[in-house]
Ligand binder design. Structure first.
Ligand code: PYC
Length: 310
């Protein structure tokens, strides 16, 4: 019988399961290499931790590891029900909240190693958490894709720690009652985009004006697989900031309040990393709440011990 100790949290409604003990031993080396080892040799742990019957479709796992970089206090590898993430904004906020609330982290700044580079978290005295994310940028502006059944769809391709396709003109209602149609639309767009020149894009992000006072925009973000992000998506908001910066629609230091489909918000800001290249350093601020601490039991007699395969 294996046991895995976890701390569960949610950030703006999006769940994170932090693995603090009993996860796979990925050895040493850069986190990108350890992620590859995780995928190739220990993928059954990923399914056991986040998939049903222990997990759920939107759940993101976060495996706590020793950092590789000397300037980082800890390392994290993020994963979900279908694979692995480069970075995860809501997840990093959840990890910091989980470590803080269980006495494993004092308030202040902490540098965290991830497979796509170091990020810096800051736990504020009022409970908000900021994450200074990896360098983000727009790769393609108004890229048009022919989507079977939908016609031509145009959007921006941008990196914010994961690859995103950001669409402003989509004709969809971004409302909680419309999740099925939004999911179907994004799944079709992603498949077409992957086949037509952008195979790495695994997140699709739709935007609309927000009815919420103080919010600049509402989004719907389809994550790898078919789950949508209940939070405004930290890496997605970083990608959005890169596009706003490239278009001259947001100045360095100015706040951008991004609302999620369910009404939670992140505040994003950026500073320039390399203005000539359109590269920014985004910071995302939000709040998370711990929802539980548990010991997962992996019983070899359980036919679904390693998760239900989709
Ligand atoms: O907050 O970056 C994020 C994220 C990615 C996938 C789910 N959440």
């Amino acid at each position: 019988m294996r046991t895995i100790r976890v701390i569960d949290s949610h950030t703006g409604g999006e769940p994170t399961r932090l693995v603090i003990e009993g996860g796979p031993d990925l050895g040493a080396g850069p986190l990108a290499e350890r992620l590859r080892r995780f995928r190739e040799r220990f993928d059954d742990y990923r399914r056991a931790i986040v998939n049903e019957p222990r997990g759920s479709e939107p759940l993101v796992g976060a495996l706590l590891v020793e950092p590789d970089r000397a300037d980082c206090a800890l390392g994290v590898i993020f994963f979900n029900g279908v694979g692995y993430l480069g970075m995860c904004g809501h997840g990093t906020i959840g990890v910091i909240e989980s470590l803080a609330r269980t006495g494993k982290l004092a308030s202040g700044a902490i540098k965290i190693d991830t497979p796509v580079g170091p990020v810096e978290g800051e736990l504020h005295a009022d409970g908000r958490i900021s994450v200074a994310n990896v360098v983000s940028r727009r790769r393609a502006h108004r890229f048009a894709v022919e989507v079977p059944g939908l016609g031509r769809v145009s959007g921006d391709v941008a990196w914010g720690g994961n690859w995103f396709f950001l669409i402003a003109e989509h004709g969809q209602r971004i409302e909680p009652g419309n999740v099925e149609a939004l999911t179907d639309y994004c799944v079709r767009v992603r498949a077409a985009l992957n086949a037509q020149g952008h195979p790495l894009v695994d997140h699709v992000e739709l935007f609309a004006p927000s009815p919420r006072p103080g919010a600049d925009s509402r989004n719907f973000v389809l994550c790898p697989g078919k789950a949508y992000d209940r939070s405004p998506c930290g890496t997605g908001t970083s990608a959005k900031l890169a596009c706003l910066a490239a278009d001259g629609r947001l100045e360095a230091g100015e706040p951008w309040v991004q609302e999620s489909l369910i009404g939670s918000t992140f505040t994003g800001r950026f500073r320039w990393h390399d203005r000539a290249k359109g590269e920014i350093l985004p910071t995302i601020t939000g709040t998370a709440h711990v929802t539980g601490e548990a010991v997962l039991r992996l019983d070899p007699k359980d036919p679904f011990c390693w998760g239900i395969r989709a």
